[in-house]
Design a protein around this ligand. Structure first.
Ligand SMILES: Cc1cc2nc3c(=O)[nH]c(=O)nc-3n(C[C@H](O)[C@H](O)[C@H](O)COP(=O)(O)OP(=O)(O)OC[C@H]3O[C@@H](n4cnc5c(N)ncnc54)[C@H](O)[C@@H]3O)c2cc1C
Length: 559
């Protein structure tokens, strides 16, 4: 920990926003718009840990334009990179060698993709950043907010950004920069899923005291260039089933852009029990399905990435406002799981928080709790949508994919649609955290994963090169162990140390001597793609993902 007496420069803003994703950028734009309408000014700054806006953005993505419509109604005229309307869709249950198509017309309207667009959210965020800057928002990419600052009354007053130059040993190097304090009347946390500052703030103010535990999945994604004759611009395909067993939640998505590229992704719910399960291996296996292999034949993988996805929805939403700021987007978790969509809700919550903050600032307030944001959320389409979908995830977790996710959840979404908000199940609970769902290895058998062939399937480290991930070599690991002995003394004997498998970037390894003895836990922090899965799934919750001081992480081109 650096010397706190070293003076840091401080800058004051009306609103400080951490994270240039759809939530943070929407909030920034709306704040500036409201100020301009009132003939006033609002100083707004956005910090982003990616080397540029979009560098850490990873979604499918099929975009419900509801958020964009609310933010910039003339986005088409303004040239938003939202150009591929969904033209057709299919939903399939995969078996090892075949598939069964489900009738899309029988699906609850909520899960259909008509009216949505296939986009690169990275590109859309770059475009939103341009819109924000044109309104006068200051955006600083390559700047991680690594710490929260509090006022003496306990309210959040700002964040520390850009503290750099601390060596692996924790000492300052000659290049040490103390960073800056960005302080605001209000601070918005828009870090996306499982943000490290959000986690601290949720804990400090017990924002989740009345909520169910947040639930998560891990999403793995490759971008492929496919042969032109296989491209179906505007086509959306989702699958359930193989290679996942019925008791493991998840499935795949394939979205066709209009330039012979596809987003190919696979989600595994992190409440799986078997610690031998290897989500990355499941994804690679999925590509060997005859239908998927045929689609990819002759094509080439052009990018790879991974990110956790928030799945708790309605039941897991914490209180959103805290003294001095607000959680927006997936820092609170607004993904609708049966739709696999959260971008529109991230944008809408960013807008609502901005409206509340602007009202407060105009009334001369600062540092208090933005109750108007909570009130707006309670009456919002975001909450209504999540309420309708509230039982999908618990039904899936309790009854498996076929009965829970397809049959019961389908029925439940229909009753919720016909009688808005009604469910024969009431509101189901999610059960334990994903970490607590992991069972001892002794109750399970190891799972066999085929060797990658280097054409259709790839090993983790080869794929990692396609995420363009890098971290400064000589910096302290941002992946901290509360107790360094636990991986070998507890996790290895009890859970066969699952970190070796749930991490999609090969960050965690158990090394041994040639004779298999003397096991050691190694953390290759430089490989980290910032998916946050370790922070979520480690059974004893011993791994803490902290924001790397030097930023770093993936450099996704167009995910
Ligand atoms: C595999 C996958 C597929 C998905 N598919 C879809 C889909 O098809 N459609 C859809 O609508 N949704 C989809 N989602 C969900 C969607 O991605 C999220 O709901 C959405 O990204 C939430 O937006 P956000 O702005 O809250 O967070 P994010 O988009 O995650 O943005 C957060 C930003 O904050 C930055 N940041 C984080 N911490 C810090 C810090 N301390 N300092 C500085 N910067 C920081 C990050 O680098 C990032 O740029 C998918 C998610 C996954 C993982």
């Amino acid at each position: 920990m650096p010397d706190e007496t070293q003076t840091r420069e401080a800058m004051e803003f009306d609103v400080v926003i951490v994270g240039a994703g759809p939530a943070g950028l929407s909030a920034a734009i709306r704040l500036k718009e409201r100020a301009a309408e009132a003939g006033g000014e609002a100083s707004v700054v956005v910090v982003e840990k990616g080397s540029e806006v979009g560098a850490h953005i990873l979604s499918g993505a099929v975009l419900d334009p509801a958020g964009l419509d609310a933010l910039i109604p003339d986005w088409k005229e303004k040239g938003a990179p939202v150009e591929v309307p969904v033209a057709s869709e299919s939903i399939k249950i995969l078996g090892p060698s075949g598939s069964l198509s489900l009738p899309v017309f029988a699906m609850p309207p909520m899960v259909r993709n008509h009216g949505c667009y296939i986009v690169s959210m990275g590109n859309l965020c770059r475009w939103l950043a341009g819109q924000a800057e044109a309104l006068g928002v200051e955006i600083y990419p390559g700047m991680a907010a690594s710490r929260v600052l509090y006022r003496p009354d306990g309210s959040v007053r700002g964040v520390v950004v850009g503290e750099m130059g601390i060596g692996k040993d924790g000492r300052r190097k000659a290049s040490y920069e103390p960073g800056m304090e960005l302080c605001g009347k209000y601070v918005f946390i828009a870090e996306g899923v499982r943000g490290s500052l959000a986690k601290e703030i949720i804990g400090k103010y017990a924002l989740d005291a009345d909520a169910e535990p947040q639930k998560f999945g891990i999403g793995l994604k490759e971008m492929w260039e496919i042969r032109p004759e296989k491209a179906r611009p505007g086509h959306v395909q989702h699958t359930f089933g193989w290679p996942l067993t019925d008791d493991v939640g998840g499935g795949s998505f394939i979205y066709h852009y209009n330039d012979n590229t596809i987003a190919l992704g696979f989600v595994v719910h992190l409440n799986y029990k078997n610690p031998y399960l290897y989500p990355y291996g499941e994804f690679q296996k999925f590509k060997t399905h005859p239908e998927i292999a045929a689609l990819l034949e002759g094509g080439k993988r052009i990018a790879y990435g991974a990110r956790a996805i928030a799945e708790g929805g309605y039941q897991s939403a914490p209180k959103l406002a805290f003294p001095g700021g607000a959680l927006v987007g997936d820092s609170a978790g607004f993904v609708n799981v049966p739709r696999i969509k959260g971008n529109h809700n991230a944008m809408l919550t960013g807008i609502m928080a901005a409206e509340a903050a602007y009202g407060a600032i105009a009334a001369g307030r600062a540092g208090d709790v933005l109750e108007d944001y909570e009130i707006a959320y309670a009456a919002s389409p975001v909450r209504r949508e999540l309420f309708k979908a509230r039982n999908a995830k618990p039904l899936w977790s309790k009854f498996g994919t076929r009965l829970g996710a397809i049959a019961l959840s389908g029925l439940d979404l229909w009753t919720n649609t016909i009688i808005p908000g009604f469910s024969v199940f009431g509101t189901l609970k999610h059960g334990p955290t994903d970490a607590a769902a992991t069972e001892p290895a002794s109750r399970h058998k190891p799972i066999d994963y085929p060797r990658p062939d280097g054409v259709l399937t790839f090993d983790r480290l080869t794929n990692l090169a396609f995420s363009a991930t890098n971290h400064e070599e000589d910096q302290p690991s941002h992946l901290k162990l509360k107790d360094p002995s636990i991986p070998i003394s507890v996790n290895l004997p009890l859970y066969a140390e699952p970190a070796q498998r749930y991490c999609p970037a090969g960050v965690y390894e158990v090394l041994t001597d040639d004779d298999g003895g003397n096991p050691r836990f190694q953390i290759n922090a430089q490989n980290c793609v910032h998916c946050k899965t370790c922070d979520i799934k480690d059974p004893p919750q011993n791994i803490v993902w902290t924001t790397p001081e030097g930023g770093g992480g993936p450099n996704y081109p167009n995910m």
